[in-house]
Design a protein around this ligand. Sequence first.
Ligand code: OGA
Ligand code: NI
Length: 356
Amino acid sequence: MGVTDTGRAPEVKQFDESKLGVKGLVDSGLTSIPPLFIHPPETLSDLGPARPSSYSIPTIDLSGCDSGHRPSVVEEVGRAARGLGFFQVVNHGVPAEVLDRTIAAVKAFHEQPAEVKARIYRREMETGVAFFSNLDLFHSKAASWRDTLQIRLEPKGDMEEIPEVCRNEVMEWDQEVWRLGGLLMGLLSEGLGLSPGKLQELTCLETRVMVGNYYPYCPQPDLTVGLMSHTDPGVITLLLQDQVGGLQVKHNNEWVDVTPVSGALVVNIGDILQIMSNDEYKSVDHRVLANPNQEPCVSVAVFCNPSNRENEFKPFPELISSDKPAAFRQFNLNEYMRRFFMKELEGKSLINYFRA
Ligand code: OGA
Ligand code: NI
């Protein structure tokens, strides 16, 4: 169902044309959220902090992975990828100052004067840089309480297009993601019993898109969300979150909080890796609650995707046997991306189009 079915089209258009984003609404001093942000009862009834449960997102220490400890790190990474599909990493080699600088730069972008941000308010990615609120604004049932700065990191666009307030920091962040992403892909490949270079040989780190999310204070956090429940379509996502929190992951039909760990990065498995791993690794639903705190919440996610769009992707032959037949058919990324952009961002699940 799109906006035209719900009769909210004029409101949506007006919000979009203002180019102010959600932060602009908050800055105008509003005390209740506009109706276009109110989610349907089936979403709202399920909101709220996670109940205390026996699950938590594992935190994995990467410091041993160039030494004799590597097999145990591989084992931990593999277990997390097969279970919750999410884990945090510490001792990952990215200096704490770089983490802080990256969050601060993205925050600074969003906190510039409205007219500066409005100049790059757009949904088209031709220039490789866009500021928008709700990528799926015109397709979703309800909008979410979040603004986004999206930057294509690789293949590189014109670096001058990246707003100056965060340009150096974004380029520095990409360097770190490239290095750490390579390390993680090695561990994840080995966790499947494959050679460490396998995922990178398949170009899985070569297309990178960054989203700098800004979740301002929400006056009615029980009526909307920060980010709808979804799975990530790519291979892996590296997520840097600040200390405010709000990210939750679904496990056994329960929501589990991804509690911020100082200095840690969050890693999660995307749909393509679930497919390539023949269902061993899990791409799981996750969401962000609307931010009830006065302090805004900032996160920086980098989605890693294969660059070779013509190549056929399918479960690794090494992981197929008579006991475990291929769970997915072969597809190429052109078809995959076409289907991804056709559907609403909400809900499950692209992955089922490709089930064998
Ligand atoms: C995403 C995502 C989580 C966050 O952008 O796909 O899940 O904390 N982000 O912003
Ligand atoms: Ni996500």
